[in-house]
Ligand binder design. Structure first.
Ligand code: 0RA
Length: 654
């Protein structure tokens, strides 16, 4: 089969094995052999990565100023369409590679930036492996292009082209549409998560002011599908408003600026509220820089300096408060900083820390300038901000005194372990586990059932303090929390040191009911706000106790879901009988306390048979908002959230 491009030249199509073809096959074969090297995992995260990769290309086109709308559709068979109204990927023959541009993009690793030098690219960070990787890992992929008044398409299977670039005749407008189906031979998880995709797409829309992103999920329970549109003329200001959620702002107007400098394009939005947490999120070329970097350093330096300068100058400082710390000026702050950099250098463990040194100064200067102007022009807001920071400084001082006092007695860093802790005998932290157990009775069973050589038990009494609603001095005076901090050993917040971790697995074990879920959320909130690194480094786990015991005589099974209960019931009844008949009994566990120590060991604590969920943070900004919604002051959004998301809260993939 052959096709003609717009110049009338014949294009190479499928079937022929040129030297280039062999190179292509080798390249994409490498991707199929070791997919994790390119997309991180072949489970859910890697699956979603495919979509981000394709969307990133369309967003790059938007950043270059040629695209205003991107539509993402998940189809019933879990194939995905990403469609944009950009210029369309070029289809003419590349002068040296002798294949159409689109084919180059679809088959060459890291082809992304080669076409277009003078634009910001998402490349170099977490994403940016190129659409060819998506092609290689798809059972099939089709690309449809409209440009220069014509429609073109090409189809691939597992990265190998099935057709050449085919001219389909006249077409209007311009754009690119990529449809792909993730290959079941590669991925262990094939079903897309609506919330995961919608969060990322919403974030993309916030980060690219004016860009319209339409998200449709055709897989539906109701036959109608589900469509959402993300489009924010406010850009990062809209993002901050969204992240602030229901917390009360201290000043009505969001501080916002956008500026182009030689080193970087800088956009920033921030607002203070009456809460105690800091929510700062930074992005480079649309990539979340979880590990911070030079842009964040520049921002923090400028914020501390400008607020202190204003406080002194305006006479709002009393004598003692002439030095606010960085932590003081960031209490109750929601902030998003987004920079676009031509050649970003990403560093750090997860390649999410910006290394470009020139960006620090650029951000610092821009923030100094714009923030000073804002404070001068908005004296009421300025006063509220300074007063808030001053009160944070006082609270911190009070907490320090309380901590010093406590240290002298039995407290945090004295090395004296809490009395309720049943510690393990081994001292190598990498082998040790700490179970945080809801209630004294379950705690008792766990103590008797455990392997005491490496498993430690800390029973927690009732509900722990909600740290989302308390300031640090109050948090530290709570007994349950102090017991946890002492047992874990790392300290919290600025004092946190992972090297002092006493157990490499910290396992939350609560009842499988609403109260249990609440306590688990309280604990996760605590870790997220005070010891986030513990989550980030993968040390926090959730135990999975069984929901049912299905038994008949001496035969018994533990079921962890309804489906398993049915399955075991069938098995005990030789495939026919229903529950209740022929002596089959089902015991429903309402709490951990109903299991005897031996059962608790076998079902939930024995590494040979137990299931643990590792807690990870998929998206810091969204997780922070989620905790705020769940645990913050306002009651109404919390109710709404739990109703809307009960399903998602259960898998705890925050
Ligand atoms: C390179 C050059 C040109 C467009 C693109 C890449 C492009 C790539 C993708 C991927 C998804 N959507 C896209 N839209 C555009 C344009 C070159 C020109 O027209 O001068």
């Amino acid at each position: 089969m052959t096709a003609k491009n717009k110049d009338g030249a014949e294009q190479t199509t499928g079937g022929e094995y040129t030297a280039r073809q062999i190179q292509v096959l080798k390249g994409l074969e490498a991707v199929r052999k070791r997919p994790s090297m390119y997309i991180g995992s072949t489970a859910s995260r890697g699956l979603h990565h495919l979509v981000y990769e394709v969307v990133d290309n369309s967003v790059d086109e938007a950043m270059a100023g040629y695209c205003t709308e991107v539509k993402v559709t998940i189809h019933a068979d879990n194939s995905v369409t990403v469609e944009d109204n950009g210029r369309g990927i070029p289809v003419d023959i590349h002068p040296t590679e002798h294949v159409p541009g689109v084919e180059l993009a679809m088959t060459t690793l890291h082809a992304g930036g080669k076409f277009d030098k003078n634009s910001y690219k998402v490349s170099g960070g977490l994403h940016g492996v190129g659409v060819s990787v998506v092609n290689a890992l798809s059972e099939w992929l089709e690309v449809h292009i409209t440009r220069d008044g014509r429609n073109y398409s090409q189809r691939y299977a597992r990265g190998v082209k099935e057709t050449g670039v085919t001219d389909l005749g006249k077409g209007k407008g311009s754009g690119t549409k990529v449809i792909f189906k993730p290959d079941p031979a590669i991925f262990t998880e094939l079903s897309f998560n609506y919330e995961t995709l919608s969060n990322r797409l919403r974030e993309m829309a916030f980060l690219n002011r004016g860009l319209r992103i339409v998200f449709e999920d055709e897989r539906s329970d109701n036959g109608k599908g589900r469509t959402e549109e993300y489009h924010y003329e406010g850009g990062l200001a809209s993002f901050v408003e969204y992240l602030r959620g229901s917390r009360q702002p201290l000043h009505p107007k969001i501080i916002y600026f956008e500026t182009k400098r030689e080193e970087a394009e800088i956009e920033l939005a921030m607002q203070y509220d009456d809460g105690f947490t800091e929510n700062t999120h930074t992005f480079v070329n649309n990539i979340n820089t979880h590990e911070g970097g030079t842009h964040l350093t520049g921002f923090k330096a400028a914020l501390t300096r400008t607020i202190n300068d204003y406080g002194r100058k305006s006479g709002l400082f009393k004598k003692a408060e002439d030095g606010l710390s960085g932590d003081d000026v960031r209490e109750g702050l929601t902030c998003v900083l987004s920079v676009k950099v031509m050649e970003p250098q990403f560093e750090g463990q997860t390649k999410t820390r910006l290394g470009n040194s020139e960006v620090r100064g650029a951000v610092e200067t821009a923030v100094n300038e714009h923030l000073a102007i804002f404070l001068d022009e908005n004296p009421k807001a300025a006063k509220a901000i300074i007063e808030k920071a001053v009160s944070a400084a006082r609270a911190r001082e009070a907490a320090r005194k309380a901590r010093d006092l406590a240290r002298k007695k039995s407290a945090l860093e004295s090395g004296v372990l809490p009395g309720k802790l049943a510690d393990c005998s081994i001292s190598d932290p990498s082998l040790c586990e700490l179970y945080l157990v809801e209630g004294d009775s379950a705690g008792g069973s766990a103590k008797q059932g455990r392997d005491r050589s490496y498993q430690a038990i800390l029973p927690l009494k009732g509900k722990i303090l909600n740290v989302e609603r308390a300031r640090i001095d109050k948090i530290l005076s709570n007994d349950e929390i102090r017991a946890m901090i002492t047992a874990i050993g790392t300290g919290i917040k600025d004092d946190f040191d992972l090297a002092n971790l006493r157990y490499h697995k910290i396992i939350i074990m609560t009842d499988a009911d609403v109260d249990g879920a609440h306590i688990r959320t309280l604990l996760l909130t605590f870790f997220f706000r005070q010891m986030r690194e513990l989550i980030e480094s993968g040390h926090i786990f959730i135990a999975q106790p069984p929901l049912y015991r299905v038994f008949k005589g001496k035969q018994e099974f533990y079921a962890y879901s309804e489906a398993e209960r049915e399955e075991y019931t069938r098995r005990l009844g030789n495939g026919k009988t229903v529950e209740g008949a022929k002596g089959i009994s089902v015991q429903r566990y309402k709490g951990l306390g109903e299991m005897n120590p031996d059962q608790l060991w076998r079902t939930t604590m024995d590494p040979e048979t137990r299931t643990l969920l590792r807690v990870d943070i998929e998206d810091g900004a969204m997780a922070s908002r989620l905790f705020d919604e769940l645990m913050g002051n306002a009651v109404e959004p919390r109710k709404l959230f739990i109703e809307k998301n009960a399903r998602y809260v259960r898998n705890l993939d925050v």
